[in-house]
Design a protein around this ligand. Structure first.
Ligand SMILES: [Cu+2]
Length: 468
């Protein structure tokens, strides 16, 4: 921790304690004379309290899942932010840390929140070992502020600071990411969310407003750095650089109107699925969707480079699964190369392998869930710094999930700004699936229906091939 104003690193939690709701204002007073806005950095990977605006136009702040929003200062009517591109260490989930590149201490970088019509100035300091730039994905802005190195500006060389200035013209959900050596820098975790709130804070108002980015890494078990030229074979599917069980739950009060904004900066699409409710897609990175163009959904596909905002009323109490529907995206690193062993008797094999590898255990004979059940009973030795394929524990046992998975926790009487995990849902008596303990009836063969016999008649049977 340096004593220069421009180098101050502090715990955001303490900062909130000190400043209360006055975070933006106190940041200003401490550095009022400095040429550059203070650099705010965060060390925790858990969801931070929403940043309520203390200067500028009012708005309802978002909650960044496993992330935070960047404080700003007002300078002659302009909102000034300071982003620092730098190598960081991110906890992907308890038990695994990754050496990534990010902004202001974390990957993804902090969410930037402004209001439609705000004049914005963003200082970007490059502390990476190579050049970078920041592209403001989805913004309508002067061409020279678009952040495409070589095309719209010279790249920001290591050690240099560049200034971006534009007006936030359109309300909506956006992203930021480098446009210089993109393959490396995005594979290393450089990205962040951007929200432009509507000028009229009553427009599109919700009770809880979450945001996160979909991202993916290829980090070999036992190592710390992502492989940057992987195109398809990622082994860590993450939300805001966290994998389940490292992703916080989305906590809401019953009958809250909820918005979840999700941006995709991976190299594949993700069908995001919510249990127990139906939602509407109310926003894209092009802005809000007119009400007449919305339809009910329980899964929405988010293509590469897209941002989607979904909205619903959290009418159903419970712990509802919320996840990517590609089943390989709800798995963690260990186990991607495991062959299918369903139904394969391994007893003899294990005896033989045990001569060579004493600790070898047979796995997958009845499905892969035995891996998480086993981990439950006796933790298996894992290589250092990786995550078991499927994990997470619920009140009824192993959840068998990893990667892009979390829960929407709907509860009665949650206080307005309370986002802390309320624990497992207490299901009312008689509302949980239960075991039937009686006799099973015999299997009855369904006689072929008329339709089926018609089809059979129409199929020309091959003749003279009895031997086949
Ligand atoms: Cu997915």
């Amino acid at each position: 921790m340096g004593n220069s104003n421009q180098n101050t690193v502090f715990s955001r939690r303490n900062f909130f304690k000190l400043a209360g709701a006055g975070i933006a204002a106190s940041a200003v007073s401490r550095v009022a004379m400095a040429a550059l806005p203070e650099i705010v950095s965060v060390e925790q990977a858990n969801t931070q309290a929403p940043l309520h605006p203390n200067t500028g136009r009012p708005y309802n702040p978002v909650v960044t899942l496993n992330g935070w929003s960047l404080p700003w200062r007002m300078n002659a009517g302009i909102k000034e932010f300071h982003l620092v591109a730098e190598p960081i260490v991110r906890e992907i989930a308890p038990g695994m840390k990754a050496h990534l590149w990010g902004y202001n201490g974390q990957s993804p970088g902090p969410t930037i929140e402004v209001v439609e019509g705000d004049k914005v100035r963003i200082f970007v300091t490059n502390r990476l070992p190579e050049k970078t730039s920041v592209h403001w994905h989805g913004q309508v802005l002067p061409n020279g502020m678009d952040g495409v190195s070589g095309l719209t500006q010279p790249a920001i060389q290591p050690g240099k600071t560049f200034v971006y200035e534009f007006e936030a013209k359109r309300a909506g959900s956006f992203m930021y990411h480098p446009h210089a050596d993109e393959m490396t820098q995005m594979a290393m975790g450089m990205m962040g969310s951007w929200v432009t709130h509507p000028k009229n804070s009553k427009l599109m108002a919700v009770d809880r407003d979450f945001i996160f980015l979909l991202n993916a890494y290829d980090i070999e078990p036992g190592s710390y750095k992502p492989k940057i030229n992987t195109m398809l074979n990622f082994n860590l599917w993450a939300w805001n650089s966290r994998a389940f069980p490292g992703i916080d739950p989305l906590v809401v009060r019953k009958n809250d109107r909820v918005r979840i904004r999700i941006g995709n900066l991976t190299m594949t699409n993700h069908p995001i699925h919510l249990h127990g409710h139906s939602f509407q897609v109310t926003g894209t990175d092009g802005g809000f969707v007119p009400p007449s163009a919305r339809w009910p959904e329980v899964t929405t596909d988010i293509a590469v480079g897209q941002m989607r905002a979904i909205e619903f009323v959290a009418s159903e109490l419970g712990d509802w699964a919320f996840h990517c529907h590609k089943s390989h995206h709800t798995m963690n690193a260990m186990g991607h190369e495991v062959p299918t062993l369903l139904g394969v008797k391994q007893d003899d094999l294990v005896a033989k392998i045990n001569n060579l590898v004493p600790d070898y255990m047979a796995m997958g004979e009845t499905g892969m869930a035995e891996m998480s059940d086993m981990a439950d009973m006796m933790p298996m030795p894992l290589p250092e710094n990786t995550l078991p394929m499927m994990t997470g524990k619920g009140q009824f046992g192993a959840i068998d999930m990893g990667g892009m998975f979390s829960t929407l926790k709907v509860r009665e009487g949650v206080a307005k700004n309370d986002y802390k995990d309320p624990g497992s849902y207490q299901n009312p008596k008689g509302t949980v699936a239960y075991e039937f303990k009686g006799e099973l009836p015999a299997v009855v063969s369904q006689p072929a229906s008329d339709v089926k016999s018609v089809v059979e008649v129409q199929v020309r049977k091959p003749t003279g091939h009895e031997g086949h």
